[in-house]
Design a protein around this ligand. Structure first.
Ligand code: G6P
Length: 424
């Protein structure tokens, strides 16, 4: 039977992963799930929840819990990584330090994501060293593209695939904006994680005339959620003539977002920290009395299901078409062959095979190439701890104008996160 290690199993996203596993219980029958977290309390809670849910639904999984990496990884064919070193307190620093210097911090796409990469990458490299040869690392740890690139180039031969379910929710938002059913809608999102673009959209396999539909689109009023900003996305898509990823907001409305974040006064990390105690209490209640009815939880069903589906696609050699982060190999002709790109790929036992997608749309080609240049430097800085490379990464970041701003964010960020940065 197969062993799947889950690193970061105390995460608030775990209830969604547990539901994802339940969904595919038949396909993964008999699997051992080795939960790992450095937070023994949250690890224990999620282990109780999983055990209760699996027994309530008669799923044939065994669950083991570990605070040490090695026993969790030993013998695992799949290592699902979904941790955040330093937790939400560290995310608050990622989001707030750049903002002090007039830059959106953003825990993935921004310089906040650079600081997170510096914490995440050493742990991923350690996992690559400790995992069984041939094991697949299925990575959700952010920033997923930088982390995946660092593992591929600094631990050559490691099998790693980077995940993000952003495109699922984005496609859902576009279905609503364009008045189309979500079911049967398929978009070719291509580019880099959180910097993807879709020129080709199909409904039940039939290509849509996107420029015409966008020309007719009325920009809706209404505010943004933490993840989506339909009004700005519609405005942007009308200008571009194709669909942008929701994170495009930070590139094309950067200065307005700085003002909004300053006016708001709290970071997203602080907002989440305020709700987590009640959330974990509700998880504890559910562990005591499992609810067989799949409801929404943090991360929702799609997040967990997406990851489990990718593991199944690898394990069962399904040849399923999924959007993943993997080596380009020519799929996106505007980016280097060895770049880690986000692209539709066919996933089977041999791993993801990216589908040929052609060039990036002209209006965002240069931007996406600039983001790639930043990401590459960020991956190298995070893997090696070279301070000059780290400074170059932030100087190359599209949000940051000026060496001194880059320097201040770097100095303050490295100092604030010292406990999690063994490489610097
Ligand atoms: C989306 C992104 C993820 C990100 C998450 C943050 O799902 O694709 O990369 O981590 O949002 O959500 P949160 O609720 O933690 O702000």
């Amino acid at each position: 039977s197969v062993k799947i290690a889950i690193v970061g199993a105390g995460s608030g996203y775990m209830p969604g992963v547990i539901r994802g596993l339940l969904h595919r219980a038949g396909d993964l029958a008999g699997a051992e799930l080795a939960f790992h977290d450095v937070d023994a309390g949250h690890l224990g809670l999620m282990t109780r929840l999983a055990t209760a849910m699996f027994s309530a639904r008669g799923a044939g999984f065994t669950v083991t819990a570990h605070t040490e990496l090695k026993p969790a990884l030993d013998g695992a064919s799949y290592v699902f990584t979904t941790f955040r070193p330093g937790g939400m307190a560290a995310r608050h620093l990622d989001e707030s330090i750049p903002l002090r210097h007039g830059v959106v911090g953003q825990e993935t796409a921004g310089p906040g994501g650079f600081l997170m990469a510096c914490r995440s990458v050493p742990v991923l490299l350690e996992i690559a060293d400790l995992a069984d040869p041939g094991a697949w690392i299925v990575n959700y740890t952010n920033p997923t593209n930088i982390v995946t690139d660092a593992v591929l180039r600094h631990r050559p031969g490691t099998r790693v695939i980077g995940l993000c379910d952003q495109h699922v929710g984005d496609t859902e938002m576009w279905a609503e904006l364009l008045g189309l059913p979500f079911d049967g809608l398929e978009a070719d999102w291509i580019g880099l994680n959180h910097a993807t673009w879709a020129e080709r959209v199909r409904l039940h396999g039939e290509p849509l005339d996107l420029p015409a539909r966008l020309a007719d689109l009325e920009i809706p009023g209404g505010g943004a959620t933490p993840w989506r900003d339909p009004s700005r996305m519609a405005e942007l898509a009308k200008a571009l003539g194709f669909l942008p990823n929701s994170y495009a907001k930070y590139y094309f409305f950067h200065d307005e977002v700085v003002e909004e974040l300053r006016a708001k006064g709290t970071t997203r990390a602080q907002d989440i920290m305020a709700m987590l105690p009640a959330y974990y209490e509700s998880v504890a209640a559910e562990a005591a009395k499992p609810d067989p009815d799949p409801s929404r939880e943090r991360g929702g069903g799609e997040h967990g299901e997406f990851a489990v589906d990718v593991i199944c696609a690898l394990h069962r050699d399904e040849g399923r078409r999924v959007i993943v982060n993997t080596r380009n190999n020519g799929a996106v002709s505007s980016l280097d062959d060895d770049a880690v790109v986000e692209v539709p790929a066919v996933v089977g036992r041999g791993g993801p095979v990216p589908l040929t997608m052609g060039p990036l749309p002209a209006p965002v080609r240069g931007l996406t190439q600039a983001i790639h240049a930043y990401e590459r430097l960020a991956a190298d800085a995070a893997a090696t701890g070279d301070r000059r490379t780290a400074l170059q990464a932030l100087m190359a970041h599209p949000f940051i104008r000026g060496k001194h701003t880059a320097e201040r964010i770097l100095d303050e960020g490295l100092a604030a996160h010292r406990a999690h940065l063994p490489q610097f």
